[in-house]
Ligand binder design. Structure first.
Ligand SMILES: NC(=O)c1ccc[n+]([C@@H]2O[C@H](COP(=O)([O-])OP(=O)(O)OC[C@H]3O[C@@H](n4cnc5c(N)ncnc54)[C@H](OP(=O)(O)O)[C@@H]3O)[C@@H](O)[C@H]2O)c1
Length: 275
């Protein structure tokens, strides 16, 4: 099978570098574009060498026009940069876009949905198989336990992470609301570093976040019921789980029609479109 021409937007970032490294060793892909911030001093440097994966023969570029040569693009940047890219690709009619960026505003979420009318677009708050499975389990437990239970979600990440709560914590909160069948369930995120002084009330979701050292990503979901607590969690040991998931998503998305997808669709953990 002909390898897919892959572009990476944010190729010099923490996650972008791991995607570069794994893509270079993956026969399903031909790394065709590695984009960095406009006017970046990295332009012209070999993307593979920068990622510590040996020479790729592909230089970092800052002109999104190079993405026209790609079948699929993975974005791991910032919401502003990702939206600009999604809109440009939608206008051009392609290529397909996988975005793992987190920290979207409500208006940006709407803009992503609009772009997905023109191109296949997959949005993943977390690319890992474990978190995708956890999200499904959380939704199911919320449905089983009901709103007499409250939920506390905690996320721990490295100190350079820009957004809080994490995209995964927000995704888990959404899964609880979906399980409860109550989109408007009161949901409150505490400032980073603040801990709970009391457990969540029945039907309430509280999110706490900590930013420490170089933690890759730890999430815990505590269902707090009358006289009992049920705890689920996930601990990411390496960024490679996200990079591998991003590549799996890109390979899957390149075969799909225009539309908005999630990792649950890729991993077939729920019926397509229902996550
Ligand atoms: N979905 C998942 O599984 C998952 C997992 C981990 C992280 N993430 C998310 O992925 C995003 C990136 O994370 P990270 O840890 O890799 O962050 P990072 O190290 O800060 O990398 C982001 C990269 O994007 C670049 N960038 C910013 N604006 C750009 C633009 N207009 N065009 C091209 N590149 C641009 C940055 O360049 P400069 O350094 O020059 O600003 C930086 O190299 C975050 O939103 C994070 O939350 C998602």
């Amino acid at each position: 099978m002909t390898p897919l021409k892959l572009g990476i937007h944010g190729a010099a970032g923490r996650l972008g570098q791991r995607i570069v490294a794994l893509a270079l060793a993956d026969a399903r892909f031909d790394l065709a574009a590695a984009l960095v911030r406009p006017d970046s001093s990295l332009c012209g440097e070999d993307a593979g060498l920068y990622a510590g994966a040996g020479a790729a023969g592909l230089a970092f570029a800052d002109d999104a026009a190079v993405l026209a040569r790609c079948d699929v693009v993975i974005d791991v940047t910032t919401p502003d940069a990702a939206i600009a890219l999604a809109q440009a690709l939608a206008e051009a009619g392609g290529p397909a876009l996988v975005t793992g960026t987190t920290g979207w505003s409500a208006a940006q979420e709407v803009a992503l949905g609009e772009a997905a009318q023109a191109i296949p677009l997959l949005r993943a708050g977390n690319f890992s198989l474990g978190v995708t499975a956890l999200t499904g389990q959380v939704r199911q437990l919320a449905a089983q336990l009901g709103r007499r239970w409250g939920v506390h979600i905690h996320d721990l990440h490295h100190s350079a992470k820009k957004d809080a709560p994490s995209g995964t914590a927000l995704m888990l909160a959404e899964a609880v609301r979906a399980g409860w069948g109550h989109d408007d369930a009161p949901t409150r995120a505490l400032p980073v570093g603040e801990s709970l002084d009391q457990p969540p009330r029945a039907g309430e979701i509280l999110i706490t976040s900590a930013r420490e050292g170089d933690a890759v990503g730890v999430h815990q979901v505590r269902f707090c019921g009358p006289g009992e607590t049920l705890v689920l969690g996930h601990d990411a040991h390496s960024r490679d789980i996200f990079a591998r998931g991003a590549l799996t998503a890109a390979h899957w998305l390149a075969q799909q029609p225009a539309g908005l997808y999630t990792m649950a669709d890729v991993l077939a953990l729920t019926a397509p479109g229902s996550a």
